[in-house]
Design a protein around this ligand. Structure first.
Ligand code: PTJ
Length: 253
């Protein structure tokens, strides 16, 4: 029997399948759903993401890599960075979220749009089986002002007091509310037109399954760079221009 919240791959995808990576990602989501980690709506949201990923060629395009570099520069400079984790990202990149959290010194906080205490417990347990310690989110005693849904519930010493928040798969409302709290919000969203993508401080238009591993590699490359260089990366970056470039590339298809 799988342990509580454990993901067990149930379908075998042959490695020589031309769309192997995409199908593996889909299977991880389905298995995450069966394990009670991903919600029904998460499967629908993934379908939307897949469509945009197809348009991007299912690869990290150059403007997304630029945004990823700026995101890492922001996280390295942050006083209190926090990584928000929802059902989909926990199912897709649990090992990588734990590694990024350790490398940056940014706690993981489970924060769900479709929040149930059972799913919070399962996701925390799932991250712990992948090596995480002190996952936040069970105790969510603070609220983000200006939003009425469950994602407003946050941990006081986590997202509530963070200066930089990384939010893979965000909803637009909360992204805007976090920006209104003067936080730097780094979103990972395959849809460059979404309200999240348009309101975040830095938007990585990429699949979370590629973006988080890219961030891990970049932390190693960038952590020895002088602060002047990291600062220049952050201040010279224009998120709106980057999004326009992504949309231009999609139109050129
Ligand atoms: O686990 P919960 O309860 O927090 O719920 C998670 C979902 C995803 C259901 C919730 O956050 C939600 O409703 O999200 P939205 O508003 O549908 O937005 C999801 C966004 O993520 C969409 O713009 C998708 O294109 C995008 N997306 C989907 N899959 C990926 C993705 N972006 C990056 N990587 C993906 N794998």
């Amino acid at each position: 029997m799988p342990s509580r919240g454990a993901i067990v791959m149930t379908t075998i995808i042959p490695k020589d399948h031309p769309r192997y990576e995409s199908l593996i990602i889909r299977e991880r989501l389905v298995d995450g759903f069966k394990a009670g980690i991903v919600c029904e709506e998460g499967l629908i949201a993934h379908g939307r993401g897949e469509a945009f990923d197809y348009l991007l060629g299912e690869r990290t395009i150059e403007p997304a890599m630029t945004a990823t570099r700026v995101a890492v520069a922001a996280m390295l400079a942050a006083k209190h960075p926090v990584i928000s984790v929802n059902g989909n990202s926990a199912a897709l990149v649990p090992d990588e979220l734990v590694r990024l959290s350790e490398k940056i010194g940014a706690p993981l906080e489970v924060n769900l749009f479709h929040r149930t205490e059972d799913r919070v417990d399962k996701i925390i347990h799932h991250l712990e089986t992948h090596g995480a310690k002190n996952v936040l989110g069970k105790k969510a005693e603070a609220r983000i002002p200006g939003i009425s849904h469950e994602r407003a519930k946050v941990c006081k010493e986590g997202i509530y007091s963070a200066d930089v928040v990384l939010v893979p798969l965000e909803d637009g409302d909360r992204c805007e509310a976090l920006v209104n709290m003067n936080k730097k919000v780094i979103a990972i969203d395959l849809n460059p037109l979404s309200r999240t993508a348009q309101t975040a401080s830095v938007t990585i238009v990429d699949n979370v399954a590629r973006a988080i591993p890219n961030m891990i590699k970049l932390v190693d490359e960038m952590k020895t760079l002088p602060e002047s260089e990291l600062g220049h990366m952050r201040t010279s970056y224009d998120n709106k221009a980057m999004l326009e470039e992504v949309i231009r590339r999609i139109k050129m298809l």
